[in-house]
Design a protein around this ligand. Structure first.
Ligand code: UGA
Length: 470
């Protein structure tokens, strides 16, 4: 099938590459000429597993890049809108790019087309797209608008696309459902998964994925409500972690206990320094704003946000309680991306913490496996960028783990300990087992678990001086 994807950002690029891998002919449209030229020349603008392979496989063949939205619409049976919906100052989503695409494609509608929202948008957006297209003389019987939200996580976006928990098709017309079903048929009939060159199946994937057909409004709400629920789950466990710290319980044991209830489930129950990224903070506020406009004050979402912000302050207090004063302390920082497996630093809690520590006069040596280049553009003064975790730890008064990179779970702890001035680790992602950290001589602070202190220093837990290495 011939499809167009408008917008070559995260969602658009991944969707375009995956549709091509499913066997469709894809035109990826963007109005940024430089970006198109970079994609055409083989560059991959985002750090995403399997994306370089898919782009390489289909570029110039089943996947072509274009700046001409009208020509792309004329050739395609379905047009996916995947442009940005950044937050406005009031917290709601700015839909002007979506509107401008809707206007732009109206004149090219000849013969039946399905216009599909892929960007994260508030409820009623598909109604608005339809209205805008009608105002701009698109023939009413020649198109339907559908909502087909994505649930991609950065870092695993390609496998999330090809092995989703569900495919949501939100539309109010039978005709558009059958076009969308045909597009996803290689997944839903299982044929894609039998191909020897298919992207490998991740553990626990539902194959073939179920399809959920809803109204377009329900589909729009499914996307916002899913992200809000996941953010709530994280804030919930962070709040439980604070109680664990107060009473001397272990949040990991609590998570195992509650997560094994199938109604709750173990995923997204990792306590940490709070959620970040380009989706949860923005979508939570957009959903809050949508609800308010509809006459419902969704105060629960305010609380989710408040707990998330407080989690940062709690972590800073933990660093202070480990080191006493912070001015001129040398801190090794592991992780700058908003989560592991990505180079994205948007709304990164790690970056916000580094900025606060710089304000308190700390000297920072930071390392991230992928996000250093992007972080250098933001952290322009006061940070040394190290070429490895060990270099970041070298001569440090303490090491702070801020991003859950797999690479950080498997460090040579003996070597790390030898690099540091004081063997103190403050782990904002609970990557290590407190007992094994103590065996390596670390004083180890984590989230929702008691501080672990080597025997000779136990009486002076919290004092950096007492953990100085001989
Ligand atoms: C999120 C959703 O998980 C996707 O389903 C959704 O499609 C996407 O937003 C979107 O709307 O585009 P993403 O932002 O890539 O995906 O990242 P997540 O893996 O969800 O992590 C978000 C934040 O929560 C990160 O800062 C992460 O460190 C934090 N987190 C996640 C925790 O603190 N604890 C957890 O248990 C899980």
């Amino acid at each position: 099938m011939q499809v167009a994807v408008v917008g070559s950002g995260y969602v658009g690029l991944v969707a375009g590459a995956c549709f091509a891998d499913l066997g469709h002919e894809v035109i990826l449209v963007d109005n940024d000429r430089q970006k198109l030229a970079a994609l055409e020349s083989g560059q991959v603008p985002i750090h995403e597993k399997f994306l370089p392979e898919l782009l390489e496989r289909h570029r110039g063949r089943r996947l072509i890049f274009s700046g001409d939205v009208q020509a792309a619409v004329r050739k395609s049976a379905a047009i996916f809108i995947a442009v940005g919906t950044p937050p406005t100052e009031q917290g709601d989503a700015d839909l002007s790019y979506v509107e401008s695409v809707a206007r732009g494609i109206s004149g090219a509608i000849k013969g039946y087309k399905v216009i599909v929202e892929k960007s994260t948008v508030p409820v009623y957006t598909s109604d608005w797209i339809r209205k805008v297209m009608l105002r701009n003389a698109a023939p009413p019987d020649c198109f339907d608008v559908a909502s087909n939200p994505e649930f991609l996580r950065e870092g695993t976006a390609v496998t999330d696309f090809l092995y989703p928990d569900r495919i949501v098709l939100g539309t109010d017309s039978e005709r558009s459902v059958s076009v969308l079903r045909e597009i996803y048929a290689p997944m839903t009939d299982g044929s894609y998964y039998e191909r020897p060159d298919a992207v490998p199946c991740p553990e626990g994937a539902k194959v073939p994925p179920p399809v959920i057909v809803t109204s377009s409004k329900s589909a729009e709400l499914i996307k916002h409500a899913s992200n809000a629920f996941l953010a709530m789950k994280i804030s919930f466990i962070n709040a439980v972690a604070s109680v664990c710290e107060a009473v001397g319980a272990n949040v990991q044991q609590v998570c195992e206990g509650i997560g094994s209830d199938r109604r709750i489930g173990p995923r997204f129950l990792n306590p940490g320094i709070g959620y970040g990224g380009s989706c949860f903070p923005k979508d939570l506020m957009a959903f809050r704003s949508v609800a308010r406009e509809c006459g419902y004050e969704f105060r629960l979402l305010d609380e989710v946000k408040r707990i998330n912000e407080e989690q940062q302050q709690r972590f800073l207090r933990k660093v202070r309680s480990a080191l006493w004063t912070l001015r001129d302390k040398r801190l090794g920082i592991l992780g700058l991306a908003f989560k592991g497996g990505t180079d994205d630093i948007r709304e990164s809690p790690a970056l916000l913490l580094v900025q606060s520590l710089l304000q308190e006069g700390c000297q920072i040596a930071a390392y991230d496996p992928a996000a250093m280049k992007r972080a250098q553009e933001v952290l322009t003064a006061g940070v040394e960028f190290a070429s490895s975790a060990y270099e970041a730890a070298h001569g440090a008064d303490a090491l702070l783990i801020l991003t859950e990179w797999e690479e950080f779970r498997t460090l040579d702890l003996g070597r790390l300990q030898r690099e540091m001035k004081y063997a103190i680790v403050v782990d904002g992602r609970n990557l290590y087992d407190p007992e094994s950290m103590v065996r390596y001589g670390f004083t180890y602070y984590s989230i929702g678990r008691a501080a672990a202190v080597p025997e000779p220093h136990a009486a002076a837990a919290g004092s950096s001086r007492k953990t100085k290495k001989s």
